[in-house]
Design a protein around this ligand. Structure first.
Ligand SMILES: [Zn+2]
Length: 349
């Protein structure tokens, strides 16, 4: 079967190739791939900056934002042929750490977890893939190809749960949310905040195009420019850019008793030049909290499915700005400024 593979940490090693049928050790449920979303992590892996092949192999099948159709449900009988499923990405570490031991692999403490398409387990960019029944999530069939948005939505579902958990340390009735960055994660974060009835503001560098249109179609307010220019004092900021200056500005922008949730992963950039003690003093005097949030456990996968089920299908479909054939995966990896989510499509829905 056809698969998109890469030799981790080797630049320009990605290719479409014929590989054996999926390894039965990856699970008893056999799935036909429909589509796989592309994100920044895939780009980093293809650029040779990140990624691990499965033990004893040199190449890794790429892809962690899956959508597929069950071909053979296997002996467990939990699925039926033809059902739409998405594969959970992370597997608990083998030690396991206390969090992995209770199913909170997203909070893994020792970093020995594995991840489909990223770390030591083949991903989903192959014509067929296998999955363990416990790690296959059934998706609302009315979503069709939009089910491929489930994985990025889990990231936001977890981040929101973290924000709420911190919020309830005190009397907390948030009114306004600022999302920095209008990529897929930022737009899905705005969707979740709107579903909670909040006044939602989204900031991005762009001034025109899909992103401002999608923010406005959601009933949220779009801003272009600097965090400081947003004319609200947000109770919550969901940071989705990973850009140092935006993060520094967000730390100062969040209102008293506010929560800044960091979801973006960046590196380097210019130092922002503010005094750590000054920022810390503001945080102390305002009871502010900064939290980092990554990945998602099964509860968040379930919640993300509920978010997508409730969302307007027309709005969600505008998040997928391009679909590419597997042979064109390199052009799927090169996103234009107006691209939001690009998917590699293996089969019709
Ligand atoms: Zn762990």
């Amino acid at each position: 079967m056809k698969a998109i593979t890469v030799e981790p940490l080797q630049r320009e090693s990605a290719r479409v190739e014929d590989v054996p049928e999926p390894d039965p050790r990856n699970g008893s449920v056999l799935v036909e791939a429909i589509a796989v979303g592309v994100c920044g992590t895939d780009v980093e892996i293809v650029e040779g900056k990140y990624g691990w092949a499965p033990p004893g192999q040199t190449r890794l099948v790429l892809g962690h934002e899956s959508l597929g159709r069950v071909v053979d449900p296997g002996p467990a009988g939990r699925f039926r042929a033809g059902e739409f499923v998405v594969g959970i990405v992370r597997r608990p570490d083998p030690v396991p750490c206390p969090n992995c031991a209770v199913g909170e692999w997203d909070m893994c403490r020792n970093g020995q977890y594995t991840e489909r398409g990223i770390k030591a387990i083949d991903g989903f960019m192959s014509e067929r893939w296998r999955i363990e029944p416990d790690y296959a999530m059934r998706v609302d069939p009315s979503l069709g190809i939009l089910g491929v948005l489930l994985e990025p939505t889990t990231v936001v579902a977890k981040a929101w749960e973290q924000v709420v958990a911190v919020g309830h340390r005190a009397f907390w009735e948030p009114r306004s949310v600022l999302v920095t960055g209008a990529g897929p994660i930022g737009l899905l974060a705005a969707l979740v905040a709107k579903q909670h009835g909040l006044d939602v503001h989204v900031l991005d560098r762009v001034k025109t195009g899909h992103k401002p249109e999608l923010v406005r179609a959601l009933g949220a307010t779009f801003h272009s420019g600097h965090v400081n220019d947003v004319p609200v004092e947000p109770d919550v900021i969901i940071e989705c850019t990973g850009v140092g200056q935006v993060i520094a500005d967000a730390m100062r922008k969040v209102g008293a008793g506010g929560i800044l949730c960091l979801t973006g992963v960046g590196s380097g950039g210019r130092t922002t030049g503010f005094s750590t003690a000054d920022v810390a003093a503001e945080m102390v005097l305002q009871n502010n909290v900064i939290i980092g949030s990554v990945n998602a456990n099964k509860r968040h996968w379930y919640k993300a499915g509920e978010v997508l089920s409730r969302a307007d299908r027309g709005w969600l479909s505008r998040l997928i700005t391009r679909r590419e054939a597997p042979e064109q995966f390199m052009s799927a990896l090169h996103r234009s400024p107006d691209d939001i989510k690009v998917v590699v499509q293996f089969a019709d829905v």
